[in-house]
Design a protein around this ligand. Sequence first.
Ligand code: NIG
Ligand code: FE
Length: 414
Amino acid sequence: MDQRKKLIGPFKQLLSLANLPIKGALKDVDMEVLEHAGLLLEGGKIKAVGSFEELKAANTQGTEIIELTDDYVVLPGYIDCHTHIAFGGNRANDFAMRNAGSSYLEIAEAGGGIWSTVKHTRALSEEELADLTSKRADMLLKQGITTVEVKSGYGLNVEEELKTLRAVKKANQHSAADLISTCLAAHMCPKDFEGTPEEYLAGIVDQLFPILKEESLTTRIDAFVERSAFSAEQTKPYFEKAKDLGFDITIHADQFSTSGSALAVELAAVSADHLEASGDPEVLALAQSDVVAVALPAASLGIGCAFTPARKLLDAGASLAIATDWNPGSAPMGKLIESASILATMEKLSNAEVLSAITYRAAKALNLPDRGRLVEGLLADFVIYKTDNYQNITYLQGALQPAQVWKSGKKVVD
Ligand code: NIG
Ligand code: FE
């Protein structure tokens, strides 16, 4: 860790997102936009945020000054709180079949669906999977994403889930982004498991969970609660065991039918993700809880279904995060600003709501209080654009790329 102090600026606009609430609707005027601002960094963290000239005058000794001469905008590094980037293979044929009118079942019967990705992922070595994962994380990093959640779930037995989570741990050492792993052994009941879904889940609890703890492979447990995967009844005891062991809970909920969001509220999950099928009662229950609602617009675009009712969730008072859901089946695009900007258009979201959803609200979904805003004491993770107006980020729907990305006080993309 570079211990030397660094001062960077002046920025035409600095969006610290300080003091914005964790829940509810936001207007752009709620965001304080600092002008001629600087960021003082020390030991990988933010030491101070304020007027560049004042910080410069106060830090003359031993501080590296990085003086910018054009118009730049800076904001907290993005946090992609839901991805499945540890996968092998490709599902272009699923996409073509779906667009030609085939159903989920027909696609699965033709050799597609989650199970086909399981077969391709199982065929990879741990090293190969780690390599693919860190390369994808680096692609996200170039978009300004400094923290990437990564789920397992294409292994679907003890050994293969372990291989995936160990590969994510290795990938974390190779990528400059922080990779936060999640165990999604409950993605579907594996086709080669001889027993009931309840027996499969019990086996994961008994055999996999203790090793996850021993090897510190993850602090988070997820399940796909849906007709094609597991019911709320089947996953409730599974999640309760996970909670007893101290894991955070996150749920793939209400994707195609209302299934899972009520369980997320009941179990005080950190997040309920998808929610495309959530109706008014589910929206209200989420809004009254501390569960972060995670919208995954790239999955709506990938499979051609409704968008998460983001406007309703925010107006009801929920905390909304937005993530890529990057996976080979439902969300192959892997683009955060592009998909979040499209969600903004479709759901009428303010810039403040979008930017909060991919920074400090996404940090809350991952239970990471050390990042997501540009304030003293938090990680010095930030993204810089060469532009004079932050509104251009969503307006240009991803066409404006970051000029620089910084992670823990170090420039990692230039
Ligand atoms: O979040 N919904 C379940 N899981 C993934 C899709 C996984 C796949 O199709 O491979 C999702 O969309
Ligand atoms: Fe997902």
